[in-house]
Ligand binder design. Structure first.
Ligand code: KIV
Ligand code: NA
Length: 265
C-alpha cells in the first residue's frame, strides 16, 4: 500500500504474513525507517528513557509525546504511526482517555494510540474507539506499572496468569482494539493469545509467533552499550560508529586538520 492503515495489519494476520514495528521519536529517523520498509512506527513512552534520560517511562507527559509524535509524523510517508498514551493521561476514566487520545491525534496526526492494561481498561478502549481513535492494547509486562509488578518481570508464567492473559486480550479485542501488543511473555503463551484472537498481535520478548514484532530502535541498532534485555537483538553497533567518528572529528579539530581547504570558502 501507499500508506499503511489498520486494515493492512488485519490482512497480514488473515493471510499469515508478518510486519515489523520500531520505536521512533524524530523526523530523520522516521524517514530512515520508513524508507527501510518498516510498516509501523511507535512513539513509545520509552522516549523517557531513550531521549529524555529518565530512569523510567513514568515522568513522560502527554505534551512530550505530542512533540515527538509531530516530528515523527512529519518525517513519515508510508508507515502507520502509533503513539503511547503516557502514564497519568488515561487511567482515571474513559473520558480522560478520550480527552488525551483525541488531543494526541488532533495535534500530531498520528493514526492510533497504545494503552497499557487488560480487562480493567476495556471501557477506556471502547470510549476511545467510539470517539474515532484507533487503539492498540498493551499487555504482559507493562512498564508504567513496574512499581506494582515489582520490576521488569516475565508475565503469564503460570497457567492461571496465562489464562488471564488470553482473557485480557479477548476483552480488549471485544472492546475494539485493532491489535494487541505483548511484552515479555513466554513464547507459548503469546502463541496461545495470537491463536485466540482475530486481530493481529505484536510481540517484544514474546517469541516468533505474533503477527508483528517491535523493538526499541536505539537498542536494536546498538546505540547504547551495556546490558540489554534478552529479547534485544543488536543489528548494528552504532555506539562504535558514533564514538569512532566523533573521536576522529575531535582529534582533527585539535590538530587543525579539519577543516581542510575543501571544506572552506
Ligand atoms: O514505549 C515503548 O517503546 C513500547 C514498546 C517497547 C512496545 O511500549
Ligand atoms: Na511504551
Amino acid at each position: 500500500p501507499r500508506k499503511f492503515r489498520t486494515v493492512h495489519f488485519q490482512q497480514a494476520k488473515d493471510e499469515g504474513r508478518r510486519f515489523a514495528m520500531l520505536t521512533c521519536y524524530d523526523a530523520i529517523t522516521a524517514g530512515l525507517f520508513d524508507q527501510s520498509g518498516i510498516e509501523m512506527l511507535l512513539i513509545g513512552d520509552s522516549v523517557g528513557n531513550t531521549v529524555l534520560g529518565h530512569a523510567t517511562t513514568l515522568p513522560v507527559t502527554l505534551d512530550d509525546i505530542i512533540t515527538f509524535s509531530q516530528a515523527v509524523v512529519r518525517g513519515t510517508e508510508r508507515a502507520f504511526v502509533v503513539a503511547d498514551l503516557p502514564f497519568g493521561s488515561y487511567e482515571v476514566s474513559p473520558a480522560q482517555a478520550v480527552e488525551s487520545g483525541v488531543r494526541l491525534v488532533k495535534e500530531s496526526g498520528i493514526s492510533a494510540v497504545k494503552i497499557e492494561g487488560g480487562s480493567e481498561y476495556t471501557d477506556h478502549v471502547r470510549a476511545l474507539v467510539s470517539a474515532g481513535v484507533a487503539v492498540i492494547g498493551h499487555i504482559g509486562f507493562t512498564p508504567q506499572s513496574e512499581n506494582v509488578l515489582g520490576g521488569y518481570r516475565i508475565q503469564g508464567r503460570d497457567d492461571d496468569a496465562a489464562a488471564a492473559m488470553v482473557e485480557d486480550a479477548l476483552a480488549l479485542q471485544e472492546a475494539g482494539a485493532f491489535a494487541i501488543l505483548m511484552e515479555m511473555v513466554p513464547a507459548a503463551v503469546a502463541r496461545r493469545v495470537d491463536e485466540a484472537l482475530r486481530v493481529p498481535t505484536i510481540g517484544i520478548g514474546a517469541g516468533s509467533d505474533t503477527t508483528g514484532q517491535v523493538l526499541v530502535w536505539q537498542d536494536m541498532l546498538g546505540l547504547r552499550q551495556g546490558k540489554m534485555a534478552r529479547f534485544v537483538k543488536q543489528y548494528a553497533q552504532l555506539h562504535t560508529v558514533v564514538t569512532d567518528a566523533v573521536s576522529t572529528y575531535h582529534r582533527e579539530v585539535l590538530e587543525g586538520s579539519f577543516p581542510s581547504e575543501e571544506h572552506g570558502y
